[in-house]
Design a protein around this ligand. Structure first.
Ligand SMILES: [Mg+2]
Length: 320
């Protein structure tokens, strides 16, 4: 008997998209600040200027690339189309918050230049262990919605291909898939604890079917243990390394009980604040109701109406 389709309400997509952009924008002014500094001077609201001299509510490359991915999926998934939209961001400032790119990862920048020179997105990504920044994880959430009702190997294939445009190492694409699969569990579960327990069971089973390189598995050990959320904060790094970002985001989401607390906890871990904010804000937005996002954050967020409109244009959801 076929499984019942997973129902995704438009409001869930709106809230996830607004959530990831708010988390990104919250972190932009304090990107690279150490944790010790943020313990003394915690972020509690949108701030202006700081690291990148941007006005309050300005999201960065993270949300821009996530929205480019979403835009490309509206017409149906095709690798070339997704790469085209990423390049449109890089060259034409498409989906930037206020018309400029002030933040971009080294790997992404290098690959955008290759794509601009006509390289195929199938072979453009970087494969080395040192090319595992969080640049594909930060943009991957729209795939959770697009692939929700596809078989697991299709979900994995598409998520992997999109990561590989820039980040082709297994640590990066498995991190992306960990995140979108957790998001898919969150859409279906009543509590986040239930979602997490189902996720570690299902994801561990899945990994055994693809047998990744044995060097890869130890990196996911903590993320696949039932008591991951009880790690103490000094154990959680929040650097731009993809595993650190994924761990920090999962840990902040699991250790808070509303949207604002999740996002602020993420940003106040310090270091790669915008991306940890974005990755946390995406799942927090998805899980908590749209109405739980503070109105004064929505009103200050750049392009919030366009973001809502983007979510409304997504027709691949299955609605009740
Ligand atoms: Mg950024």
């Amino acid at each position: 008997m076929p499984h019942a389709p997973i129902i995704i309400a438009t409001n869930t997509i709106k809230s996830a998209f607004l959530g990831l952009a708010i988390g990104d924008a919250m972190g932009v002014p304090v990107e690279f600040k150490p944790r010790e500094y943020l313990i003394e001077h915690p972020v509690t609201d949108f701030m202006g200027f700081g690291t990148h001299s941007q006005v309050p509510g300005t999201f960065s490359d993270d949300a821009s690339m996530a929205f480019c991915l979403a835009e490309s999926l509206i017409e149906g998934y095709e690798l070339d189309r997704t790469a085209h939209y990423f390049l449109k961001w890089y060259k034409e400032r498409f989906w930037t918050a206020r018309g400029s790119i002030f933040d971009i990862g080294l790997t992404t920048q290098e690959v955008m230049e290759k794509l601009a020179d006509g390289h195929s997105p199938k072979f453009s990504g970087k494969y080395t262990i040192n090319s595992n920044g969080n640049g594909s994880l930060m943009r991957t959430l729209p795939l959770a919605f697009y692939t929700a009702n596809l078989p697991i190997h299709e979900r994995f294939r598409i998520t992997t291909e999109v990561s590989k445009i820039t980040h082709a190492h297994a640590l990066s694409y498995i991190s992306c898939f960990y995140y979108t699969e957790f998001a898919r569990e969150l859409i279906q579960a009543k509590t986040k604890e239930e979602a997490f327990q189902n996720h570690i069971l299902n994801f561990t089973n899945f990994l055994s079917t693809i047998s990744p390189d044995e060097g890869t598995m130890p990196y996911f050990e903590r993320l696949l243990s039932a008591d991951f959320d009880s790690l103490a904060s000094p154990e959680i790094k929040s650097t731009g390394f993809v595993i650190d970002t994924l761990e920090a985001s999962m840990w902040c989401f699991l250790n808070t009980s509303n949207f604002s607390d999740a996002v602020l906890k993420a940003v106040n871990l310090g270091d790669d604040t915008d991306t940890v904010g974005c990755v946390t804000g995406g799942i927090a937005g998805l899980f908590y109701p749209l109405s739980s996002i503070p109105a004064h954050w929505l009103s200050q967020l750049a392009r919030s109406e366009d973001i809502v409109n983007l979510a409304e244009r997504i027709e691949f959801r299955v609605e009740s």
